[in-house]
Design a protein. Structure first.
Length: 370
């Protein structure tokens, strides 16, 4: 949470086509980290007015050719089907020196089209795995990409240095860049992103509609249910294209989930002793996933801090670290003791930084946990 130093961007003019929650967050994040970059937004007039008001873009236009004429970097931040339809025009209106990328959640179809249209190799597929169930530029946030995995699917013909230049640009936004080929991306996304969405929708509908007692007493749903079903609030139009374009891989993942649940059903009927082993297996796998980032790369260094339920304590914790020039990479409230306070998980870039933070917080009276 320390202030960021001024950094010169390799891309001076950025065009964002589709200024919704992802496009708007890109704009806000770029302006935060690269204030000298000029951002042009392309969208409907009412969306552009909101984006200008929020400061996500510097200039608004509905003229695609004009928006692309001076761009060094172009983000296609629309639904997957719109990205597909836009590619021919974008390819025709951009210079071979302009890097074009997308944020689509499905990569194979997009990369197949791009490889034919961008003869100079100036297209890099992208997918920021910073899922949010909200939509629209009003929900955009400059920190959306902090510690989020940002998948890049390059073309074999990408000019030398272009991919690294773009990866470095994204890293300055706080993202953690990982390279994946389109096929592997879609396979992985089907089980870690798309299947959880369908599972949340299914569970919510079972509890709220199908279950005889559950639907009458849904107010009893506690933290576990709310955590599991948070993304069930996602708007269906956000998912229509994803489910269509990646239906084959999603179908395979759904089959695997149904098969696993059928095993549990059998275990329950037979009062099998095998079910506890499934819990232990799941716990081991779950604990191996880094808690300190939005994704699946190397973990950050964690620190658990108990914060008393008093006005200003949260501000005291963060400000004392900021004064010491210690940057909190991620923060999460993991436990609440009613009437007393809560335990926060703080994540830092290194063990050394975490150790410094621990010493500083103890010095001003905070309780550090394991």
């Amino acid at each position: 949470m320390s202030s960021q130093p001024y950094i010169q961007s390799s891309f001076r003019n950025v065009t964002i086509i589709g200024v919704g929650v992802i496009g708007g967050s890109l704009g806000l994040s770029i302006k935060k980290h690269y204030p000298a970059v000029r951002i042009v937004g392309v969208d409907k007039r009412n969306v552009l007015r909101k984006a200008l008001k929020r400061g996500a873009i510097d200039h608004a236009t509905t003229n695609l050719r004009k928006a692309l004429s001076t761009a060094d970097l172009v983000f296609l931040a629309t639904p997957v089907s719109v990205i597909q339809k836009s590619l021919p025009k974008v390819a025709a209106f951009t210079s071979p020196r302009t890097l074009v990328t997308d944020v689509g959640s499905v990569k194979r179809n997009i990369m197949r089209s791009a490889s034919k249209l961008f003869a100079h190799g100036n297209f890099v597929g992208g997918h920021p795995m910073a899922g949010v169930e909200l939509s629209g530029v009003d929900a955009a946030h400059p920190l959306l990409f902090e510690n989020a995995v940002y998948v890049l699917s390059p073309m074999k013909s990408n000019p030398a240095g272009m991919l690294r230049q773009f990866a470095d640009f994204l890293k300055e936004l706080g993202a953690r860049v990982v390279l994946l080929d389109p096929k592997t991306h879609d396979e992985v996304a089907s089980v870690v992103s798309h299947l959880p969405q369908l599972t949340a929708v299914a569970l919510t509908n079972v509890a709220g509609k199908e279950h005889r007692s559950g639907r009458r007493h849904l107010r009893l749903a506690a933290g576990g249910f709310r955590d599991l079903t948070r993304i069930a609030s996602s708007r269906p139009e956000m998912w229509k294209d994803i489910l269509e374009f990646n239906r084959d891989e999603i179908d395979k993942s759904v089959v695997l989930l149904i098969r696993e649940l059928q095993r549990y059903r059998t275990y329950l009927r037979k009062r099998s002793k095998d079910l506890p082993a499934k819990f232990r297996s799941a716990r081991k796998i779950r604990d191996s996933i880094p808690k300190s980032m939005k994704g699946f790369l190397h973990p950050l260094a964690e620190l658990y801090v108990f914060v008393k339920d008093k006005p200003g304590m949260m501000a005291k914790m963060t400000s004392v670290l900021a004064k010491a020039d210690i940057n909190i990479k991620d923060i999460e409230l993991v436990k609440i003791r009613e009437g007393r306070g809560g335990t926060f998980r703080l994540a830092f870039e290194s063990k050394e930084t975490s150790a410094r933070a621990s010493v500083i917080l103890k010095r001003v009276g905070f309780e550090i946990g394991e």
